[in-house]
Design a protein around this ligand. Structure first.
Ligand SMILES: [Mn+2]
Length: 278
C-alpha cells in the first residue's frame, strides 16, 4: 500500500491486512474549500463514531467483530487540488485490495473519489449509487472530475446501463435527459432493483445526502425529501441478498459542531452492510 498514515481506527479486530477479510481506508479529499464542504474531515469522524456503536446488531443477532476480520489501513493522502491523481491513487489501492480477494470499504471524502473505485472494478460489475443528486454533469466549474460529474465519467467507463441511482430528487434538465436517454435506472421499485442486481457483482456507493437532511444534516448539499434509515436498510438487504457485493464506499459526511448524527448514521450503515453482505 502506498503512503498511508494512520489516525484513529474504524472498528477493527486485526492490524494485519493478510488476516483481514475487510479492508477499511479513508480518503480525506474535498476539492473546494468553503463553508459547505469539510468532507475531508469525514474519515476521522466516521472512525470515531464507529467506536460509539455496539458491534452487536440486535436485528441480526450477530456481533460484527465475531463475524468478520476487519483492518483499518489509515488514509490515502489525497493530492490537493488534483482530483485526477487522487482518483488514480484510490484506484491503485482498491485494485490491490481486490487482488488480495478482500472487501474494500472506502470512507470519504467527497464523491469524486468513487470514480477511483469504478476504475478499479472488474468490468462485469454494476454500480448502485444512493444519492440525492444525479452527479451526471458534463463539467462542473471547469473540472471534469468533481462530486457533480463523477458518475458521468463512471458511465463512460462501465456503461450507463450498468448504473442504478436510488434516492435522486434533484438535478438539471441535462442530467435528467442524459439519465433517461442512456437508460440509467433511476429510483427503481423493489422488483426493478432486484432484477437489476440479480446474480451480479455489485459495487455500492452511498452519498450520505441520499438520506433526509433531518437525519443526516452533516453533508455538503442538503436536499429535502430524502431516504430514511429503516427503509434504506430494507432496500440494501434486498440488494445484498440477490447479488455479490464486491465493495462499498460512503462519502460526503462532514462534521458539524453540535450534531454527530450523520457520522453515527454513516458508521451504523457501514456496520449493517458488513454484517449483511455474503
Ligand atoms: Mn453524490
Amino acid at each position: 500500500m502506498e503512503n498511508l498514515y494512520s489516525t484513529s481506527k474504524f472498528l477493527s479486530n486485526t492490524d494485519k491486512i493478510d488476516d483481514a477479510e475487510i479492508v477499511v481506508f479513508g480518503v480525506p479529499f474535498d476539492s473546494t474549500v468553503d463553508y459547505l464542504t469539510g468532507t475531508r474531515f469525514g474519515p476521522n469522524v466516521i472512525r470515531e463514531a464507529s467506536n460509539f456503536i455496539e458491534p452487536f446488531d440486535i436485528d441480526l443477532q450477530k456481533n460484527l467483530l465475531e463475524e468478520k476480520k476487519i483492518v483499518d489501513i489509515g488514509d490515502i493522502s489525497p493530492v490537493r487540488g488534483n482530483p485526477e491523481r487522487t482518483v488514480d491513487r484510490v484506484a491503485g489501492v482498491i485494485k490491490e485490495i481486490l487482488s488480495k480477494k478482500k472487501f474494500p470499504v472506502m470512507l470519504g471524502g467527497e464523491h469524486a473519489i468513487s470514480l477511483g473505485a469504478v476504475k478499479a472494478l472488474p468490468r462485469d460489475c454494476v454500480i448502485i449509487c444512493l444519492d440525492a443528486h444525479y452527479d451526471l454533469k458534463e463539467v462542473w466549474e471547469g473540472s471534469e472530475i468533481t462530486h457533480n460529474t463523477w458518475l458521468r465519467r463512471a458511465c463512460e467507463i462501465i456503461g450507463p446501463e450498468n448504473v442504478c441511482l436510488v434516492g435522486v430528487r434533484t438535478g438539471d434538465e441535462f442530467e435528467y435527459d442524459y439519465a433517461k436517454k442512456n437508460k440509467i435506472l433511476v429510483n427503481p421499485n423493489m422488483d426493478e432493483l432486484i432484477k437489476f442486481v440479480k446474480n451480479k457483482k455489485v459495487y455500492l456507493t452511498i452519498d450520505m445526502d441520499a438520506f433526509d437532511p433531518s437525519i443526516a444534516p452533516g453533508i455538503g448539499t442538503p436536499e429535502p425529501g430524502g431516504l430514511l434509515y429503516r427503509e434504506t436498510i430494507v432496500l440494501i438487504k434486498e440488494i445484498l441478498d440477490n447479488s455479490k457485493l464486491v465493495g462499498l464506499d460512503v462519502v460526503e459526511t462532514r462534521p458539524l459542531n453540535d450534531n454527530k448524527n450523520t457520522e453515527i448514521l454513516t458508521s451504523k450503515l457501514i456496520q449493517k452492510v458488513l454484517l449483511t453482505y455474503k
